[in-house]
Design a binder for this molecule. Structure first.
Ligand code: FE
Length: 225
């Protein structure tokens, strides 16, 4: 199997959120699709290990917002690479609550969908949630962010728990660090192996924390270029 075929797939990027026991949870997915119009239903696949998934199981409701092209890597990293376990992902960002009381972003998005879970399909590592749309509303915002745009223009990477993650697509510094015969001085940067954030400069401070995914200096890989 040639996994490059999977890169031909097109997706959008969305934030899925829920609320349970007084706490808000959210994550970034590329798996939200509309499946029927009457009644309006959508499905979304989320990794079972993801806290947002565990809490949707309990809450029975979730909310979806498409991300737009002006979404910053800070925002995507906050929702896509950190855990909701003991961290309020909505803190510091503009948000409102939908008819179910679930938080949704009011920045870097252009619509909001409120859903009730009708069915859960066990798909191994992921659950597929099929939800009925209880409410939908377009919001002021720029164009929707596609997964292709995220990877090509924003140079974004994919976390290991994503549906489309492929180990071969992660940051590969092997070719960049291999000895070369070039005579021009090489520059050094450090690349976060979790989210792809690049730190320019040398050395990387030992107490450095990745501003996108929150991981420590130990997960960074030195790259010559
Ligand atoms: Fe990172």
């Amino acid at each position: 199997m040639d996994t490059k075929a999977f890169y031909k797939m097109s997706y959008g990027l969305y934030i899925i959120s829920t609320r349970y026991d007084g706490k808000d949870y959210g994550c970034v997915v590329n798996t939200l699709i509309q499946i029927t119009s009457n009644p309006a239903q959508m499905s979304v696949a989320i990794n079972k290990e993801n806290y947002t998934s565990k809490m949707i199981d309990k809450a029975g409701f979730f909310t979806a917002t498409p991300l737009t092209v002006d979404a910053t890597m800070d925002l995507i990293g906050n929702f896509g690479f950190k855990t909701s376990k003991d961290f309020d992902k909505f803190y510091g960002w503009g948000f409102k609550r939908d008819t179910n009381g679930i938080a949704y972003l009011t920045q870097c998005t252009n619509a909001v969908f409120s859903l009730k879970v009708n069915n859960i399909v066990d798909s191994g590592t992921h659950n597929i949630y099929i939800g009925e749309v209880l409410d939908a509303m377009p919001l002021e915002g720029s164009d929707s962010l596609t997964y292709d745009y995220y990877q090509r223009i924003k140079k974004g990477t994919t976390p290991p728990k994503a549906s489309s993650y492929n180990a071969k697509s992660g940051t590969d510094s092997s070719s960049a660090t291999a000895p070369t015969a070039q005579t021009t001085p090489q520059k050094v940067k450090y690349v976060c192996s979790v989210c792809g954030y690049e730190y320019e400069g040398d050395p990387l401070p030992a107490d450095f924390i990745c501003p996108v995914c929150g991981q420590p200096a130990s997960v960074f890989e030195k790259v010559l270029y």
